[in-house]
Write a protein that binds this ligand. Structure first.
Ligand code: FAD
Length: 358
């Protein structure tokens, strides 16, 4: 239940290769993402609520360091207590510590059965409350995705659909047929206790694919509303118990903005994205998009969350790290960086803010 790959393979190609073996790799970020980039950003996706992020699904790496040495970070064993965890040091290092050249990935069995369900809510807070209550019920859902009414409108415009333009939750339940049904019924009850309506579910493979296609293409659907605009995509994450509060606070700010803003959340993980559409030729609009991003990052940090749940720091979010982690943590990162890459040749200028000294 593992596979050794080179970093340039895409997760979608890998899953095509694995399907005949009845196995799959359970991380599903952007459609074009490669395993190397996914390791480097410590990415996740809609399935992380069930299977974890890249951090939990990489067993071993081969990495070329700045001095040319080739390091193996682990063995093929599924767990190990041997020494510092170099695998997890490299996962999420955004190419600043070395170049990943080989990856051993943990695989999962393709579920025997699955049910995909959808439910509507009067407010995003109700939807977030159901996501939280579902996780608290102990059900191991494989996906819980939240879309707000603006995102559903974008999907209707892009695909000629007629979905009710209200906050919506999408679920996937997996296991045996009986267990998938049992989970569906439990969540239907939870939803009805939180003002949920129009609970529908699909078991037919084509119908399920069609429902998930809606979610997977959500970002592209936004451009149907403003075809010549750019999108600023925010990515914050908070403890699950604070998700409803974060979404409520953010939604107030987004709704009072002059820009079109949609909400998409990997709600089971407390990970919340907004797509803010702005005219790239209009400086005022760009500034407003940046203001909204800034607002949401600070709201997440105030709720004990993080400035990035899955997209990474790059250069854009370096300015938030001190507030999130503190200067001592940043100094420690800088010491590690200096030890492994003393000449600063690996993705220079990324991840560690320039003002950090030790
Ligand atoms: C429509 C859409 C949906 C998305 N949804 C999600 C989502 O649900 N979850 C999520 O986490 N992300 C999501 N993303 C973001 C993106 O898919 C992820 O960040 C992904 O991990 C990036 O992979 P990549 O191959 O494109 O990496 P790149 O963008 O090419 O690289 C990312 C970073 O990794 C470094 N890097 C790349 N390869 C290596 C290597 N071999 N060794 C060392 N460093 C390397 C690069 O230098 C760079 O700093 C989405 C993106 C899009 C466009």
């Amino acid at each position: 239940m593992d596979v050794v790959v080179e970093p340039g393979i895409g997760w979608m190609e890998l899953n095509e290769y694995l399907e005949p073996y009845g196995l799959f790799f359970p991380l599903d970020p952007g459609p074009g993402a490669t395993i190397g980039g996914m390791c480097a950003t410590r990415c996740s996706g809609s399935l992380a609520v069930r299977y974890g992020t890249m951090r939990e699904n990489v067993i071993n790496l081969k990495v070329v360091l700045a001095n040319g040495e080739v390091v193996k970070t682990g063995s093929r064993a599924r767990k190990s207590a041997a020494g510092y965890d170099l695998t997890r040091l490299i996962i999420g290092s955004e190419g600043t510590l070395g170049v990943i050249t080989e990856v051993t990935l943990r695989l999962q069995k393709i579920p025997e059965y699955s049910v995909v369900a959808m439910c509507n809510f009067p407010t995003v807070k109700d939807a977030a409350d159901v996501a939280i209550a579902t996780m608290m019920s102990g059900i191991q859902v494989s996906r819980v995705e939240l879309l707000d009414e603006v995102q559903v409108r974008a999907i209707n415009v892009a695909n000629g659909k007629n979905l009710p333009e209200v906050p919506t939750l999408m679920f996937e339940f997996i296991g045996t047929e009986a267990y998938s049904h049992e989970q569906t019924l439990i969540v239907q009850k939870i939803a009805s206790e939180h003002n949920g309506s129009d609970f529908v579910f699909a078991e037919d493979p084509e119908a399920k694919k069609e429902l998930w296609k809606i979610r997977k293409e959500a970002l592209w659907a936004c451009f149907a509303m403003e075809p010549n605009f750019e999108a600023m995509i925010t990515d914050v994450c908070v403890p699950l118990s604070r998700l409803a509060e974060l979404i409520s606070r953010s939604k107030k700010e987004l709704d009072s903005s002059s820009l079109v803003c949609t909400v998409i959340a990997h709600a089971g993980d407390g990970n919340f994205h907004t797509v803010v559409l702005f005219d790239p030729n209009d400086e005022k609009q760009r500034k407003e998009a940046e203001r909204l991003n800034h607002f949401m990052v600070h709201a997440a940090l105030d709720l004990e969350g993080t400035c990035t749940g899955e997209h990474g720091v790059g250069t854009g979010k370096m300015k938030y790290l001190e507030k999130e982690l503190g200067m001592e943590a940043l100094k420690t990162m800088k010491r590690i960086k200096a030890a492994l890459d003393p000449n600063g040749i690996m993705n220079p200028g990324k991840l560690i803010p320039p003002h950090v000294c030790f």
